[in-house]
Design a binder for this molecule. Sequence first.
Ligand SMILES: [Zn+2]
Ligand SMILES: [Zn+2]
Length: 494
Amino acid sequence: MKKALSVVLALCIALSLTVPAFAAQKACDCGDLPIVLVSGMGVLPFTRDAGTPQAEVVFPPHPNIAKCVLRGLRGLFMTLFTFDVKPFADAAADIALDMLLPMACDADGNSLYNVAPQLIEGAMSEQDASLYEDAGSAEFAIIRSAVQAVDADHVYYYNFDWRLDPMTNADDLKAYVDRVLRETGHEKVRLAACSMGGVQTMAYLEKYGHDKVDTIWFLSAAFCGLLFVTNVFSGELQFSQESFFGWLQTLEVGSEKTDKVFDKLMGWCAHAKLFAPLFSLTNKLSDKVNSIVIDRVIRKTLSTMPGMWSFVRDERYEEDKKATLPLDASETFVRRIDDYHYNVSCRREEILNAAAEDGVQIVVISHYNNGCVPVTSSALAHGDSLIETTCSSGGATVADYGYTLPEGYVQQGCKEHNHLSADGVIDASTCMFPDSTWFIKNMAHVGCNKDSDYAEMLRWMFAQKTQPTVFSDARYPQFLQTDAKTQMTLSPVE
Ligand SMILES: [Zn+2]
Ligand SMILES: [Zn+2]
């Protein structure tokens, strides 16, 4: 009896093992390859000690505003009393530390605390549809466009711990891609890489190749790094009146009417003589401020995260390591960041060209006409308020924010088509993929509003079976613009 039971049990186990194998072989002939959105930073929250009574959301940070203001004011008064910038810089550093320290990594680049991001398991058909139907975040509005283009059971949202080493994370993305292929019964996926998802996608391509990838859409993606982080990690903060007030102009401060007044006022401030001494004083003090910001904040928080180093561009990488590597960084840490830098960052064109040559469709959408964070020398670059346009476009030649390319400028690449924007700001011919790179003027970083023209453009992209180009559809030429306030319309740049 016992023997018979064990035979039955063994049979059951054998059967249960073969069921998933059969399921995996069931091919889907729907004709639509699954779409995986590879997410950016800060969309889903990070929790410390999840599942315990002490569980606490640590990112995005939720500072006690009153406490911050008090601290800031105390520092400011001390600074005014003592004619020393240190107390104010220290107060600002304390505030930043409070917000960022729970996210710090250890000497090897692993999470210092028991902190992890929220993940979304399974296809969109398994989620509450309100997740993307009432999308509060642009990434879920993009998911909504994907669900309109293909069935919800073929759309996935991949989130990851963006602080960690992208090359280690690539193992997790590989397991995720394999799971999507198993669940949908297809042989290839299409990846929509948003913002930092561009870094993670590049790491995956380097480590696991492009055999299982049919299409990559880089949407406001950091696949070519970020000038902003490169400059902050160089340890040289720089403040300019023009970029500071220019950046303020891009913020929304209320109704259309008050916004217009505010924009005019900030435009005036950008060039007013009145503020010039203040900015020159700030820059004179910047040595002291720099060392406080770098040593007390950056080296204890952002630079402890290997993921942040994947943004640093080649021209400054080794210099930045000397300036801001965490003081206790281990050999493992350095090996990790070097691995991404030298094998992915420095080889990005080779990796993507090899994919394109093997038929992987590559689409890039980059935004412009927003200033960048005004604390470094790259603040005058055109961007989407976070990523500079030259980076998110894969190498466009872009005039400084508020300026145009020099008179008589001649496009540098592609002799077949015109790749100059009508407003004189962009030469797209220097991009890696000039014929499949789109630019949207005034659009926010990963901006996508529900039912907007851009959401419809993405739905169109997601429905394409062959490589779309900027000549495929008259509605979508290379240079488009949206209304800066509502971000609902799209029209050609004139
Ligand atoms: Zn299918
Ligand atoms: Zn061309």
